[in-house]
Design a protein around this ligand. Structure first.
Ligand code: FES
Length: 56
């Protein structure tokens, strides 16, 4: 599913970024461009990032 339409970034890409060490929205924006345009994806992206970094 696309999370960030402006940059065409999917939830999977965000999870992959989290696995490779991305831990903040700022970093995610730098790596994938998420949240850098309209910002509408920020909430969802943050949730996915948080979820991906929570050990189960
Ligand atoms: Fe991510 Fe617009 S949807 S910046």
């Amino acid at each position: 599913m696309y999370v960030c339409l402006c940059q065409g970034v999917t939830d999977r890409e965000i999870r992959e970024a989290a696995e490779s060490g991305v831990s903040s929205m700022r970093q995610l924006g730098k790596e994938l461009g998420v949240g850098r345009q309209c910002g509408r994806c920020a909430c969802t992206a943050r949730d996915i990032l948080k979820e991906a970094r929570t050990p189960d």
